[in-house]
Ligand binder design. Sequence first.
Ligand code: SF4
Ligand code: SF4
Length: 88
Amino acid sequence: MARLKLKEHLINRDWCKGCNICVHFCPKHVLELDSEEKVVAVRPEDCICCRLCELRCPDLAIEVITEQSDHDATSTSEDAVNTSEQDD
Ligand code: SF4
Ligand code: SF4
């Protein structure tokens, strides 16, 4: 199974109400609230792209964007495409 790689956390600061749910559910402590009570990804390098934050947010204020999403599959390390054609 391909491992998801984080591209970014898309946070809608207008929708985030600072409820802390995503902060509590994140198993890697990636998220925190800032001084305006809006969520920020303070340790994005620790994110495992489990999407719990996205799934638990009641206001759809956070989205986990990964590099494996279908609209952006330009760079893969698995370029082993076998194109040997034997037309006899
Ligand atoms: S995707 Fe998972 S690890 Fe990453 S910030 Fe959200 S809850 Fe945390
Ligand atoms: S769960 Fe949603 S609304 Fe609550 S702090 Fe996180 S992003 Fe903001």
